[in-house]
Design a protein around this ligand. Structure first.
Ligand SMILES: [Zn+2]
Ligand SMILES: [Zn+2]
Length: 167
């Protein structure tokens, strides 16, 4: 969706609200595509001393399975949305600011801004919780339910040493 910012042009301090729903279900995060629900962004664009500043939030609920323990996860997320619009990029080769977006014919491309912000805000792993302990790689037990009975793996270098000593 393109948001026309021309109404802000001669209106310093003025703002216009926006709300947009995006379908990003094709995006892959971790081992799955958890963005099954529409991604909803809302906020406003304000003319701050001639600079158009977009602020708001992005919300959705992710559905997938945890990358570590494979449990089904329903995870509501909310990310802050912040962007600055520019008519043109300045030519000094400074740091590229990810929050600076180009205007197109006086409009802000909300789809582009929301999608970029969403991708940059998402974790590369999809976990049921930050400290998920995952599954035991030997018996497959879910270690979030407590430790399993597996013995800690013997150091293979020690096993080699024992073999040598036997001889
Ligand atoms: Zn997990
Ligand atoms: Zn185990």
């Amino acid at each position: 969706m393109l948001l026309d910012l021309s109404v802000l042009k001669d209106n310093p301090g003025g703002s216009i609200p926006f709300a947009v729903d995006l379908d990003l279900h094709e995006m892959t995060f971790g081992g799955c595509r958890p963005v099954t629900e529409p991604v909803r962004a809302s906020g406003e664009v304000r003319n701050t001393a001639g600079v158009y500043v977009l602020s708001g939030s992005i919300r959705t609920t992710l559905h997938g399975s945890c990358d570590r323990c494979a449990r089904p996860v329903d995870k509501p997320v909310e990310f802050p949305l912040h962007a600055v619009m520019a008519e043109a990029l300045s030519n000094d080769d400074g740091e590229e600011d990810p929050w600076l977006f180009l205007m197109e014919d006086g409009c802000a491309d909300l789809d582009d801004i929301v999608t970029t912000t969403f991708v940059l805000s998402m974790d590369s792993k999809f976990l049921c919780k930050e400290d998920c302990k995952g599954l035991c790689c030997r018996c497959g037990k879910d270690l979030n339910d407590g430790p399993c009975d597996c013995q800690p793996e013997a150091d293979p270098r020690l096993a080699v040493l024992k073999q040598l000593l036997k001889k």
